[in-house]
Design a protein around this ligand. Sequence first.
Ligand code: DGJ
Length: 711
Amino acid sequence: MPLITRSPDTGVWLLTTPRTSYALRIDETGAPCHVAWGPRLTPGEADALAAPFAEPSNSFEGRPAVGEELPVDGGTRYGPPSLQVRYADGSRAFEWEPAGHRVDDSVPACEELVLEFRDRVVPLSVALHYRVRADTDVIERWTVLRNDGDERVDLLRADSAAWTLPPLADYRLSHVTGQWSAETRLHRERLPHGETVLTSRRGITSHHANPWTMLDDGTADEDRGRVWSTALAWSGSWRITVQRTPDGRAGLTGGVGHEGTRVPLAPGEEFTTPVAAGLFTDGGFGAASRAWHAYVRTHVLRHADETAPVLYNSWEATGFDVDEASQLALAERAARLGVELYVVDDGWFGARRSDRAGLGDWTPAPDRFPDGLRPLSDAVHRLGMRFGVWVEPEMVNPDSDLYRAHPDWVLHLPGRPRSELRNQLVLNFARQDVADWAFGWLTRLVAEHRVDFLKWDMNRVFGESGWPGQEDGNDRLWTRYVHHLYGVLDRLRAARPELRIETCSGGGGRVDLGILARTDQAWTSDNTDAVDRLGIQQGFSQVYPARVMSAWVTDVPNQLTRLSVPLSFRFHVAMAGLLGIGGDLTRWSEEELAEAAGLVARYKEIRHLVQHGDQYRIGDPYGDGTSAVQYAAPDGSEAVVLAFRAGPRHGSPRVPLRLRGLPPGVRFRDTATGAVHHATVLTEYGLDVGLPSGDWASALIHLERVPETTR
Ligand code: DGJ
């Protein structure tokens, strides 16, 4: 059955995914209008929802502020525009004139609808793209704008897509906020009337907000309820405007850039927005997250089927104090624990002995690595591990040979100060020569030092964002920077197909669907306190899967929070994602090393569930009782539960953990204790995890289905 059909009666386009429908049509004025987004519809049912165009009800209204597929600034529209253009004569308008459509079904199990339009007066064309697939309810949308005239056009706002919700009794917005070392704090807030703007003006996705939204009617919970969610595949400045209108409708529009930025379109030039993805689910926030996770693993990541290795990272152990001997000592201990990938963090190059100098000079420091990185890389490989290094290609310390040679390579505005953050400036990746330089040294580094893994960091946000000497440079750089960043990553991966890359921006400052399409995992946060991580990981998991969520076990008291929690608790928190170790292993006792080796081995037994299974969040990590994350095999054969509890309060009820995602009627065996449980009891009555008393107790329970014959 085709995924995209058009009604011969009403002209309604019906997009069909496994469990949902999305419908739109071109109305009598030529504008693309929303019809439906939600549970599956037949073509006839979708036709019935297509309301005819209605003239404004009075002279103070215009076209409805919510309900168009890409509201433009033009005519009698007064909501936030997705598309706002300014022509050479200063006028700002766009009038939809349909110019054709096509459906591309050349890729199996995937169809793409393209609706083409042009302005009725100025030669500017707009194409709306919709992609649906047979194995996901996620709908991808983007817009292509082309200046067909011979005068420049400015795109003051060029969003990827607008999304319309059905009329609901109330609206609630879920989203995350944060800051450095406190990313992805989850909020579920009643949507206020008016416009709510979620944005980053920092040139990166940012720690402070993340470009996804979930909307529901205020009654959804983790297991029940309808949720409409969206996510933007973009790693630069972005803006999403969520709107609740006086007449009780809600919708949102989102795309690249923040207010005040514009995308210039020279004659003949085309601009393709990044993808905005939308997903309707009926099954609460848990179902929404699982659908996003599956989509990211299947359609965003390139190597999600691989088992991600247990890594060691030197940052918290050594800081900038990096040399061959101390790294080797750590690597030997890491190998004993079962670590499979050893990563040398910041400090291995140039004059980098602190964050004040050396950034940009990407040759191994001769005083600390007299023969380069190769001896360490070879030793790590001999120990049976892969070898990774930290890089920060987009940055430069003013105290560096690179900056002395190329002071014009940074973002700057002539005659104004160059504000430093962390003693560094941003290299202007929008410049082709800068991007080519980065690609050149990165490919050499990877080849010459047998590097298997890069941790690609980005440690400051934009400032004095200028590109002197380039026409429209100050406007173009916001998008071209990101396109060139993507280009370097794409070229690098094409040149070194075995290379794996971790995205990092002072922790989780650049995690989004755009960067995840070019990397393999993400450093979640510089905050490695296991207790804080419970909340950070809960927020991260709303859209992004455990398959990319890098988490380290570090020393106590924690460097940032000074909190001390048991080693097993720290491991169990990190085992909920991609397990890594970041403590100073030379200071761990033999008992700690033995316990750690056991926990690494345990992780290897269950990581296929964490990395490839379905995730269920159970309970509130900061509540009174026990909370958990559970990962279940999609075929119902296995599950792992990571359970956590803060200090117990005397007299608090012991509420068993009701597990999820287990097929009813079968039994499971606890692989550690041999205890056999009925799945129905586990899901309907719960599992008494029996956490030990004391602060910050945790447990890992691995359940395997008992074969029917032995029941
Ligand atoms: C920020 C990262 O998030 C840290 O893990 C570490 O790599 C430092 N940068 C190094 O400067």
